[in-house]
Design a protein around this ligand. Structure first.
Ligand SMILES: C[S@@+](CC[C@H](N)C(=O)[O-])C[C@H]1O[C@@H](n2cnc3c(N)ncnc32)[C@H](O)[C@@H]1O
Length: 280
């Protein structure tokens, strides 16, 4: 079957099912199914794909119809400056989380040797992007999920930072190792009862452990702040991603745990997204 026809069939199927990104999704999945670049697909509309390739393509399109996010189908997600390996054991990295990286680079403008901890590394997208920007930095990452540990190890090796990172599978509650100049975290922060209102693409496919912030949405943040106050050096920075409506509660928690709140950074949609504090 010609590329052009395979593409049109898939596009129509996705469009009829109200998938907004029908065109780009059809193109990306075709590129994956026949193992050729998207440029190749655009430039070779009359190229014949094999039956096996078309079956593979249809299967992926059907999974997309059931809501499976494109990153889980392709096994990759571009974040910051790099392509990360992704599977359903990890959250798909979100552009909003790049604020943490921007803030780290702003705070540590001049190259300085620091040792930082990432709590809940997931795919490793934030931790690895920071290491790529600063050759003198070293990192420890912890995550409660063994699936995330496997994914992050793949990315650490793929992006060549394995000599500067230590990854540990642990619950933050049970982690006691080291004293850090900087602690970062994008924790689960959605209220348990609000999970059902998330898009079906998210709640049916992304790991609940990466999303569920307990009944009040801040149960993991509470643990992280308490633990960070023990794991951080005096004068060290704690940078946390938060939900748009958690600023007040999180500021209070930080103050109660001897952190001075430096600033709250908004995302592109003008929502409070990231809170920066210093251990005093
Ligand atoms: C919102 S995801 C963030 C993943 C990644 N840092 C990112 O930004 O894409 C939160 C991560 O925290 C981990 N996590 C949840 N509860 C945890 C806990 N109690 N201790 C350690 N990690 C935890 C989850 O497994 C998940 O990978």
């Amino acid at each position: 079957m010609e590329i052009e026809i395979a593409f049109k069939n898939a596009y129509q199927k996705l469009k009829n099912n109200k998938i907004k990104s029908a065109s780009i999704d059809s193109e990306i999945l075709l590129s994956k199914a026949i193992n050729k670049s998207r440029e190749f697909i655009i430039l070779n509309s009359k190229y014949n794909i094999s039956n096996d390739e078309y079956v593979r393509y249809e299967e992926m399109i059907n999974q997309r119809l059931r809501g499976k996010p494109i990153s889980y189908l392709t096994g990759k997600k571009f974040f910051w400056k790099y392509e990360f390996f992704i599977n359903e054991d990890v959250l798909i990295p979100r552009p909003d989380s790049e604020i943490i990286i921007e803030e780290v680079l702003r705070i540590y403008k001049k190259k300085k040797k620091i040792n930082f901890l990432d709590i809940g590394f997931g795919s490793g997208s934030i931790l690895i992007s920071i290491l790529k920007e600063r050759n003198d930095f070293r990192a420890t990452g912890i995550d409660i999920s063994s699936g995330a540990l496997k994914v992050c190890k793949i990315n650490v090796n793929k992006l060549c930072v394995s000599n500067r990172v230590k990854l540990i599978k642990s619950d933050i509650d049970k982690f006691f190792i080291g004293k850090y100049d900087l602690i970062i975290s994008n924790p689960p922060y959605i209220k348990k009862l609000d999970l059902k209102y998330l898009d079906k693409d998210i709640i049916n496919f992304e790991p609940e452990i990466a999303l569920n912030g307990g009944l009040d949405g801040i149960s993991e943040i509470r643990k992280i702040i308490k633990k960070s106050s023990e794991l951080i050096k005096n004068g060290g920075k704690l940078i946390l991603e938060i939900a748009y409506n958690q600023k007040k509660e999180v500021k209070k928690l930080l103050k109660n745990n001897s952190f001075y709140v430096n600033s709250v950074v908004k995302d592109l949609a003008n929502n409070d997204r990231c809170i920066i504090s210093t251990k005093i």
